[in-house]
Design a protein around this ligand. Structure first.
Ligand code: ADP
Length: 473
């Protein structure tokens, strides 16, 4: 091959000489020449052709590739979005993949898994809601904590008992949430015991309320049948009423002992004095015997009242109920106190609505209420005072008002007036032969009948006891 200037055509030519060897003929030399300008044109044309074909090939290939890629990535993207929705807790979303290939099968499995998860989680939610409702309906408090004292579960009662305001309680440390020394001590004591087999119990006080706290382990069974302690269960029981009852009982025992001791000491003292010679002095002996008589009477009244009170207290319902004329009952009551009223020159009387005739009641109990109140009206009254019983209808009830114009009761004593042995003026009550149980008996009888009881009083002006009983016929 040679490129040189051709003088004959006056331009550069490309010469190519090729020897062709053959057996049949003599060897040949083929010589060709072509203008360089022509080869450039040919090369350019070929280049254009190649570029166009490459471009067409690229466009066609990328079109086909895109379509193919789209067929694979679209369902994958669908699945990615779908699984993201599930992670966010949206179990209602759907996946739209219609392909019949592996991705289509994967989408089907995803949908099945989503439906199963949705079902399981709905069941779990329902179970949780039931459990929470049950725990919240419990009167006692329940708290479960894990081994690091973090709250796993707490019911409304416990939140109210400890007055917990924090918004997010679950996961908080119980010792920081409940600020009660004894409570915290109990939890720490529980964790100190390595085996945690012993239930820890303590009594605590929050404001005016008393609680018993029980702390025991929460144990779960593992697959290999061994058990694992995962935390502690704390039960809080309100024992305020039990405490109050215990207090009342112990107060009652000490009061009774004290009340019995005083007259007994007095009787013993005067008997000893009589035995030591005072019996020979007739006048003195008579005086001492009178005192012994009064003290014995007081003892007998006291024991009578205690028995009466315990009988009424243990009674669920009065069974000896019959129809009686109310006026007769009121008259009988006033007859009993006529003498004591006369001694203090106290005027006693009654008014009775004309439409009341019969009442359905245990006569003795009603008499006892009225007698205790009228007797107090006389006892805590001044010479020449008045005591009056008013009986009237109040809807389906009979209302009794026992009014006096005596010494009155200071407002601060009124809330405690019906407690056993509660006296405003101890000395005056004892001197009058009072046991301190009269109003307590009244209150218990009124309660037995499901009635209402009220006191209005003003110092120096007098007192009125208002009782409503459902005994109208
Ligand atoms: P007591 O046997 O001492 O009278 P009560 O239970 O009947 O016991 O009464 C309790 C206390 O209430 C009395 O000690 C007295 O101080 C006061 N009280 C009761 N009734 C009256 C009244 N009508 N007027 C003034 N004080 C009264």
């Amino acid at each position: 091959v040679s490129i040189r200037y051709s003088d004959s055509v006056n331009e550069y030519l490309k010469y190519v000489a090729l020897r062709i060897d053959s057996i049949e003929i003599e060897p040949l030399i083929v010589r060709l020449s072509i203008s360089i300008g022509d080869t450039k044109v040919i090369r350019k044309q070929m280049m254009i052709l190649i570029i166009i074909s490459v471009l067409i090939a690229v466009i066609v290939a990328s079109g086909l590739g895109l379509q193919f890629a789209n067929r694979i990535t679209r369902p994958i993207n669908e699945l990615i979005n779908f699984s993201k929705n599930i992670t966010k807790g949206n179990f209602k979303s759907h996946v739209r993949v219609e392909a019949n290939d592996e991705i289509g099968m994967l989408a089907c499995s995803f949908t099945e898994m989503q439906q199963q998860l949705d079902k399981t989680i709905t069941q779990l939610r329902e179970k949780n809601a039931e459990m929470k409702a049950m725990l919240d309906s419990m009167i006692g408090g329940v708290i479960a904590v894990d081994n690091k004292n973090r709250i796993i579960l707490i019911n409304n009662a416990a939140i109210e008992i400890f007055n917990i305001n924090s918004e997010k309680i679950i996961g908080e440390n119980i010792l920081l949430v409940v600020r009660n020394q004894l409570f915290n001590k109990l939890i720490k004591k529980y964790y100190k015991d390595a085996s945690r087999d012993k239930q820890q119990v303590t009594d605590i006080q929050v404001d005016e309320q008393h609680y018993k706290i029980y702390c025991s382990k929460i144990e779960t069974k593992q697959e290999d049948k061994t058990s694992k302690i995962i935390g502690a269960l704390i039960i809080i029981q309100d024992i305020t009423n039990i405490r109050k009852l215990e207090q009342i009982r112990s107060d009652f025992v000490s009061n009774v002992t004290h009340e019995i001791k005083t007259p007994l000491t007095s009787i013993k003292g005067f008997t000893d004095t009589l035995k030591n010679g005072a019996i020979d002095d007739k006048e003195v002996a008579q005086h001492f015997l009178d005192i012994i008589d009064i003290e014995a009477e007081r003892l007998s009244n006291l024991i009578g009242d205690i028995l009466e009170l315990s009988e009424i207290e243990t009674m669920k319902k009065d069974i000896r109920i019959e129809n009686y004329c109310l006026e007769d009952i009121v008259k009988e009551v006033l007859d009993v106190v006529t003498q004591s009223a006369a001694q203090k020159n106290i005027e006693i009387g009654y008014t009775l609505d004309s439409d009341i005739h019969l009442v359905r009641v245990n006569k003795d109990r009603l008499k006892q209420i009225l007698l205790n109140l009228v007797d107090n009206g006389i006892k805590y009254n001044n010479e020449g005072g008045k005591v009056h019983i008013v009986c009237k209808r109040h809807y389906k009830m009979i209302e009794f008002q026992v009014k006096d114009n005596g010494i009155g009761i200071c407002e601060q004593h009124i809330p405690r007036l019906f407690e056993r042995f509660y006296r405003v003026d101890k000395g005056r009550s004892r001197n009058q032969g009072g046991t301190g149980l009269g109003l307590s008996i009244v209150k218990h009888i009124v309660n037995l009948y499901g009635g209402h009881l009220k006191v209005e009083s003003e110092i120096g002006k007098g007192t009125v006891f208002i009782i409503q009983l459902p005994i109208a016929v």
